[in-house]
Write a protein that binds this ligand. Structure first.
Ligand code: LFR
Length: 491
């Protein structure tokens, strides 16, 4: 089959990338053409996303992508993914009214009780299967003073609107709002009505693989891309795209998409909406082809990123590599914290908050940065193992191997600690799984993988070229491979 060239715009909470993906018969290969920093900005004491600046970076990246083509190549399509949950509000003229709030803003959480008084969490979970996170879109919307004459677009949908002039809600990301029915995959009228939200607050859904539209003429002009270039919907929730590109070669796997957040779970073909799943706070987010991403958010490398930021501000000039080497040399039975705790969600003063959390467990807090780093990684590995175990128990899925993709897959200490804590082999990589998932969904839509290519086929293609490292567990770990529930039993 002939090959094709695609562009992934992939923006995470701490950095963005524009990537050219060439997909040939031997699998995909990536060329990063543009990287830029991202992070919430402070505006009048609130935490916002500077989406206008992000859009400028997207345009710069598209220009670089166009300039990086080899003779004879053309870009078949472009896909956009970012983190989930956060949204921009547009007025009647389609103009953004203010910069979108970050889910790490302190307003998150303040509306939870109000929302639950209109609709108890039990009922919300029964419909959406969405884990409780104080910043889910449904709670953020409740903090808006007025939604009259407003429309909302999740961040990647907003960027796509600016690229094409077309509004749609991409389905995987919509499933993180708390407003989508886990069974139908569509907006849940009962929730919108009971919470007094306009039925048309968000536009109708579009599925990954569908064509959203063509680049606006002014975008084409400023980027050098042909006016006929398509924007194709991908798993615009970065985690959905990352899970597409887990290079699994067996059916029974768990995944950890490890970046600013860690998303830990399994893939199912049915949602699990049981009270036990609700109590364990597992989520049923939508994947590609209607797959369910049954997972839980775990604190993630945010803890480490924030510590590095604090130490840098204190003039310590921390070098991550040497901190990790020192951390690896420390004993395995050091202190642990609850990496899942919502107290770690907002930014600021992370080393002290971690030390306080350690002291609260009765253990002595490390004085050296390497001790804090080791505590973070031990705690993350423990949380990964606990979460894999729970996913197996609650869903009935079986797990033979744990895949770690994303930035965390480069952290050899974290990967080994995860193998040790789970007692399962860990396959780490690819680091750019999100961009790969974004590109492979476009490649399939372009007919490159055959008409009926399944997720398994996509993963096999990714595995052919993916750069991975295998970690073998030392010790028994804690994660059972199978649960007492028969696999594939609908729960
Ligand atoms: C990861 C992620 C998570 C989501 C969090 C907030 O980047 O998209 O899946 O829970 O960010 O949007």
């Amino acid at each position: 089959r002939a090959g094709g060239v695609f562009v992934a715009v992939d923006i995470g909470a701490s950095s963005g990338r524009v990537i050219l993906g060439r997909v040939g018969s031997d699998g995909p290969s990536l060329q990063i053409v543009h990287r830029f920093p991202n992070g919430a900005v402070e505006v009048d004491g609130t935490l916002r996303w500077d989406v206008r600046e992000l859009f400028t970076q997207v345009l710069a990246g598209l220009r670089l992508a166009s300039d990086s083509l080899e003779p004879g190549e053309r870009i078949a399509s472009v896909g956009v993914d970012t983190w989930a949950v956060d949204y921009g509000l547009l007025d009647n003229d389609g103009v953004l009214t203010s910069l979108p709030f970050s889910h790490r803003d302190i307003r998150s959480g303040s509306t939870v009780d109000g929302v639950h008084s209109l609709m108890p969490f039990e009922r919300l979970y029964e419909i959406t299967g969405l884990q409780f996170l104080p910043f889910n879109t449904v709670y953020q919307l409740a903090a808006e003073t007025s939604l009259d004459h407003h429309r909302a677009l999740l961040v990647p949908d907003l960027l796509c609107f600016w690229l094409t002039g077309r509004r749609a809600s991409e389905a995987t990301n919509a499933s993180t709002t708390g407003l989508v029915d886990a069974r139908t995959g569509d907006w849940a009228p009962e929730i919108l009505t009971r919470l007094g939200l306009p039925a048309d607050l968000f536009p109708p859904l579009i599925q990954p693989g569908q064509r959203l539209g063509l680049l606006l003429p002014e975008v084409a002009r400023s980027t050098g891309l042909p006016t006929g270039t398509s924007i194709v919907a991908v798993g615009s929730h970065d985690t959905a795209s990352a899970v597409v590109a887990v290079p699994a070669t067996v059916e029974k796997f768990a995944y950890i998409s490890s970046g600013t957040w860690s998303l830990v779970g399994v893939e199912l073909d049915y949602p699990v909406l049981t009270p036990a799943s609700r109590s364990a706070n597992f989520t049923n987010e939508r994947g590609i082809d209607g797959a369910i991403r049954y997972l839980r958010n775990v604190g993630g490398l945010w803890l480490l990123q924030e510590c590095l930021r604090s130490w840098t501000a204190d003039g310590l000039a921390p070098q991550l590599e040497s901190l990790l080497t020192e951390a690896a040399a420390r004993p395995a039975d050091g202190p642990r914290i609850d990496a899942d705790s919502s107290t770690f969600i907002p930014p600021g003063n992370m080393p002290d908050r971690i030390r306080d959390a350690i002291k609260a467990t009765g253990a002595a807090a490390p004085t050296e940065p390497a001790g804090v780093v080791r505590c973070i990684l031990d705690s993350l590995a423990d949380a990964y193992a606990r979460t894999v175990r729970q996913a197996v128990e609650l869903s009935g899925a079986e797990v033979d191997v744990v895949h770690i993709v994303g930035g965390g897959s480069q952290n050899t200490l974290l990967c080994q600690l995860t193998a040790d804590a789970t007692g399962l082999p860990v396959v780490a990589g690819p680091v750019e799984a999100t961009a790969l998932g974004n590109i492979m969904v476009q490649a399939r839509a372009a007919g490159l993988l055959g008409d009926s290519a399944s997720l398994t086929d996509i993963r096999a293609a990714v595995a052919r070229t993916a750069d991975t490292t295998r970690y073998t567990p030392h010790g028994p770990g804690t994660a059972p491979k199978t649960s007492p529930i028969a696999r594939n039993r609908r729960v």
